[in-house]
Ligand binder design. Structure first.
Ligand code: ADP
Length: 276
C-alpha cells in the first residue's frame, strides 16, 4: 500500500473521513492468502494477493481493466484454482452458498421473470407455491413486481439485470459475487440499479464482493474499497466507509462522497501509472 501514500498524503486521514469509530470487527467470511494465478498461456493475472472478506460488508475491488479483479472473483467463487497461496473459508456452509451476478444477465430466454428467479429455489427442492411469496418480495425490491409474467425478451437491459440480481439473492446466499454487473448500462439505469442493490442488501443482509472500474459506483455502494494496480493485482489503497451512511441521492451529492471519489481517483491514477 506504499505506492499511493505520497499522492494521498494531502487528503484527510482515512479515519477522519471514511470510518466513524473502530474499524470493522465483523467476522471474516473468507480470506485470500498469498494468492497467485498464472494461466496455462503464461499470463500471470495475480501474484501474492492478500485480502479478507468480512461478514456483512460490501467490498469493492476497484482497478483498471486487466488488473485481475475478475480473476480474484472467480477464485473466490471456486470457478478456477489458485496457482499459489490459499483461499480460506471461515466455514464450509458459506462456501457452498454463493450467489453470482455477471455482466451478462444470462436469463433463461424461455422462462418468465418469475421462473428465472424461482430456478435456484427449484434446484434446492422448493415448490413454486411455497417460493411464491419470497420471489414476489424480491421482485418488488428490484422494481419488477409488475413483470413477473414477462419473458426476458420483453425486458430492457436494466430490467434483465434486476431479474438476475433478484435471482442471485433469492436463496439468501452468504456471499454474492458481482462482476461488473452494470458496466453495459447507461448512467441513469446504473444509478437506479445501484439503488435497487442497496435496497435488496438492506432487506436481505448479504455480504457482497463487487468488481468495478467505476469510481462513482464503488463510492456509492461500498463499505470498503480495495484499489488494485495493474501490477498483478497489488493493492494500492484501502478505504473503509461508514456502513451507517444512508446510500441515497443526498449521499451522492455529499462532501463525504466527493472525498471518497477523489481519493479513489488518486489511487487509481497512481495504480495506472505504474507501467509507465
Ligand atoms: P479485470 O477483471 O481486472 O479486467 P481479469 O482478471 O479479467 O482482469 O484479467 C487479468 C489478466 O489475466 C488479463 O491480462 C487477462 O487477459 C488475463 N486472463 C484472464 N483470464 C484468462 C484466461 N482464462 N486465460 C489467460 N489469460 C487470462
Amino acid at each position: 500500500m506504499n505506492q499511493t501514500s505520497d499522492v494521498l498524503a494531502h487528503d484527510a486521514k482515512p479515519a477522519d473521513v471514511f470510518a466513524d469509530g473502530p474499524r470493522s470487527a465483523a467476522p471474516r467470511l473468507v480470506s485470500l492468502k498469498g494468492v497467485g494465478k498464472t494461466f496455462p498461456n503464461g499470463v500471470t493475472a495475480l501474484s501474492d494477493l492478500n485480502l479478507e472478506v468480512r461478514k456483512g460488508e460490501t467490498l469493492t475491488l476497484l482497478g483498471p481493466s486487466g488488473c485481475g479483479k475478475s480473476t480474484a472473483l472467480r477464485l473466490i467463487a471456486g470457478l478456477t484454482e489458485p496457482s499459489a497461496g490459499a483461499i480460506d473459508w471461515a466455514n464450509a456452509s458459506a462456501r457452498s452458498n454463493i450467489g453470482f451476478v455477471f455482466q451478462e444477465p444470462t436469463l433463461l430466454p424461455w422462462a418468465t421473470v418469475f421462473d428465472n428467479v424461482y430456478l435456484p429455489l427449484r434446484l434446492a427442492g422448493h415448490s413454486r407455491a411455497e417460493a411464491r411469496g419470497q420471489i414476489m418480495e424480491a421482485l418488488s425490491r428490484v422494481g419488477l413486481a409488475d413483470f413477473a409474467k414477462a419473458l426476458p425478451r420483453e425486458l430492457s437491459g436494466g430490467m434483465k439485470m434486476r431479474c438476475a440480481i433478484a435471482r442471485a439473492f433469492i436463496t439468501r446466499p452468504a456471499l454474492v459475487l458481482m462482476d461488473e454487473p452494470f458496466a453495459a448500462l447507461d448512467e441513469v439505469t446504473r444509478f437506479k440499479l445501484n439503488d435497487g442493490l442497496v435496497a435488496l442488501k438492506a432487506h436481505l443482509g448479504a455480504t457482497i464482493v463487487f468488481v468495478t472500474h467505476s469510481i462513482f459506483e464503488s463510492a456509492f455502494l461500498s463499505t470498503r474499497i480495495l484499489v488494485m494496480s495493474r501490477a498483478q493485482g497489488a493493492l494500492v489503497d484501502e478505504m473503509e466507509i461508514d456502513p451507517a451512511i444512508a446510500r441515497d441521492d443526498a449521499f451522492r451529492l455529499s462532501e463525504t462522497f466527493s472525498k471518497i471519489t477523489r481519493r479513489a481517483s488518486h489511487a487509481l491514477h497512481a495504480a495506472m501509472g505504474e507501467r509507465s
